[in-house]
Design a protein around this ligand. Sequence first.
Ligand SMILES: [Zn+2]
Length: 407
Amino acid sequence: MKKHKFVFLTTAILFAAVIAGSFLAVFLSYRISAESEYSKIEFEKLQVSDPNFIEGKKYIIPGNPGYNVDTKRVLGIQSFRLPLTQSNQVINPTPEYTFTGGLTIEQLKEFLQTQLTLVLTEIAKDTDAALLEGLALENIALGQEDEFTAQANLINIGYAEVFMSNCNFYNELPITYNLTTKNYILTNTAEFKANLCAKYVPPTVPEEATCTDCTFYPADKLHRLRADYAIEVINADGVPGAQRFAVIAYSDLLDLYSAATNAGYNMRLTSAYRSYTDQQNVYEVWVQYEMGFGKSRAQAESDANSYSALPGFSEHQLGTTADISSLDCIGIETMCYSNEVFWQWLKENAHNYGFVMSYAPGKDNVTGYIYEPWHYRWIGVELATEFKHKYESRSYLAEFLRNKKLY
Ligand SMILES: [Zn+2]
């Protein structure tokens, strides 16, 4: 072979290889891709009425936006792009519906009454009949919101409050509205069942508290605090009367004092914390006082017991209880005008500072004490407000505390 021919051939092969390589590189880098452009289509907002939903309330089923989707198929080789096809797809929006209710609370109550009967019939199959006595649907406690957003076709609208006259306490069943069936359903029936109460049977002999913190213990004539039960107390220097009071309730006591002062009353603590021994001494003084009328010791003890507790049975041992009177009177005497008007103010306002009256008028057969308009016990603002608004008229403090079971 001649030399120049060899060179030529080699060059041609190399050249062909380079060309082929370039084509291969181009071939390997080409892509056909879909490129889409979206343009949003806003959903409509529609107003609809739902006669089965509660009057004055609304619920919203959220809408979804739609889209126009323009899709191009593009051949791209490095920076070179060649449109091949073009297509358009429309995803329709779904409107937002705002449903306005038209069912009155009375109609809802009627409806829930039927539901409650069904729930109770079901529960009755395996429940002691005595627990189901005296149940009545009384209130419907709706949430504060006027507008609900539907989730998974259900809306929780509030609670059906069922009063249990066995223990004078409310039990509750959450109310759920089903958007598909337009029905109300009472849920959590297992919890409702667990909270049913039996009629209260007082113990035949006094029981002693086992609580370590007895702040919410229903101390009464049949429920005694241990002789060694004592909580942290301080000198209530911020309020006239030279008394001691529980540390946990002292700031609320000071707030009560400020409020009373601002309202024009001269508040005094006639008696607040009394230890077991203090109570023993107080009780003995009253027994001696009654015996002064020529009564036997037994008679004097029994009579003294209607207004002064035996040691262990007094709420004063809790440290959170105070006999409150006006400085303008000698003590807790009822025939003193300043006490009378101040006690009226306390009756209306004390719960705002966490205090409630333990021995209300007309309740002596259940509390064991005559009406004591001066005797207030601290249970905290939240509980006191609940007691005042929901239970004071038909129950009494010890029963409320028994139902709450916070001890
Ligand atoms: Zn008292």
